[in-house]
Design a protein around this ligand. Structure first.
Ligand SMILES: Nc1ncnc2c1ncn2[C@@H]1O[C@H](COP(=O)(O)OP(=O)(O)OP(=O)(O)O)[C@@H](O)[C@H]1O
Ligand SMILES: [Mg+2]
Length: 319
């Protein structure tokens, strides 16, 4: 397991050559400290995510899951340390990254047709398909097909269920063939049946394309059958490893800063503090007020068009 401040990740080359990009972890943090409004969110943190990995990102409210994703996008600068994506320092508008922001409830009222909504995320085509060029149209059809959303895309967003909208949001993230997806709380507001569908959809697409996914959630159980490793955040520190390595009494007690018990029942895992389940509570409803997420829904993604086709598919568990 990689734990804050202990391991220097990677050892991969970090120069600009494309060969380095093939060899490099998809995401690498080295002694990273993140601060917001004078508070330390993450302290001296190091870990590496390999290409083709599905990482469940967990941790209590305010642990820094969203902040970490925004730092990877270059929207929150690291106060100390280095963040690299495919061996390169982070930059805004990195075409290798697809991003689904946490805040998105305003979508439910929009009459825009699904297909046009997906097309809006393609750079330079904010007004949807009528103005899109042939290449963008082809990419839109490709991503809709990938997520099984071609039929849905004929309908307005306002007539779709939460799970169906998630399908189209995932399609948006896949435009431009990113190598890393940052999906911030895709399960919020979904019932267990739709949660399962969304997780399985992301897992299928992630494996088909051989890309890496950081998938934040408030509950581990919906992700258990799909994830390769868990990144757990808490108390300014992070632990990355397999479920068996991270979801343990000592590791979680350190991250929560209080005694934690881990119970396994019928293949499900419950993280308990003083007899009460600690995950799960606060995020059953979506909120749409956070000024920190100032980017709008239609262009909150951080990718453009990428022409990288490397798809190394290593489900590695080195820690
Ligand atoms: N712009 C900001 N200025 C100052 N503090 C901020 C800002 N944005 C977020 N924070 C704080 O940083 C901490 C981490 O927030 P973040 O949104 O990353 O947590 P999270 O793990 O995503 O939480 P949640 O589970 O509620 O989505 C929180 O304490 C939050 O209040
Ligand atoms: Mg968040």
């Amino acid at each position: 397991m990689t734990s804050t401040g202990h391991n220097a990740p990677g050892g991969a080359p970090t120069d600009a050559s494309s060969q380095a990009a093939h060899a490099a972890p998809v995401l690498e943090l080295e002694h990273v400290t993140l601060e917001l409004g004078g508070r330390t969110i993450l302290r001296d943190t190091g870990f590496a995510v390999n290409q083709g990995e599905f990482i469940g990102v967990l941790g209590p409210n305010g642990a820094g899951k969203t902040t970490l994703m925004r730092a990877v996008l270059g929207l929150v600068p690291a106060a100390h340390g280095a963040i690299r994506v495919l061996g390169q320092p982070v930059e805004r508008g990195n075409a290798s990254i697809g991003y689904m922001p946490q805040t998105r409830s305003a979508l439910a009222g929009r009459r825009v047709r699904g297909r046009d909504f997906v097309a809006m995320a393609a750079d330079g085509h904010r007004w949807g398909l009528p103005h899109a060029d042939a290449k963008t149209r082809a990419d839109v059809e490709r991503v809709l097909d990938l997520v099984g959303g071609s039929k849905l895309a004929a309908r307005p967003l306002s007539e779709l269920s939460g799970g169906e909208r998630q399908r189209l949001l995932l399609a948006q993230c896949l435009l431009g063939k990113p190598k890393l997806l940052l999906l911030d709380e895709p399960l919020i507001s979904l019932d267990p049946h739709h949660q399962k569908n969304v997780v399985e959809l992301v897992r299928r697409v992630q494996q088909e394309l051989g890309i890496a996914v950081l998938f934040s959630a408030h509950e581990l159980n919906p992700l258990l059958n799909s994830l390769d490793r868990v990144l757990y955040l808490g108390s300014g520190v992070a632990a990355l490893g397999t479920v068996d390595e991270v979801i343990t009494r000592p590791v979680l007690s350190r991250l929560y800063g209080s005694p934690i018990d881990v119970m396994r029942v019928n293949g499900r895992i419950f993280v308990m503090s003083g007899g009460v389940e600690v995950e799960k509570h606060d995020h059953e409803h979506e909120h749409d007020e956070d000024g920190a997420h100032s980017h709008s829904h239609s262009h909150g993604h951080a990718h453009g068009r990428s022409h990288q086709h490397d798809s190394r598919d290593g489900h590695t568990h080195d820690v």
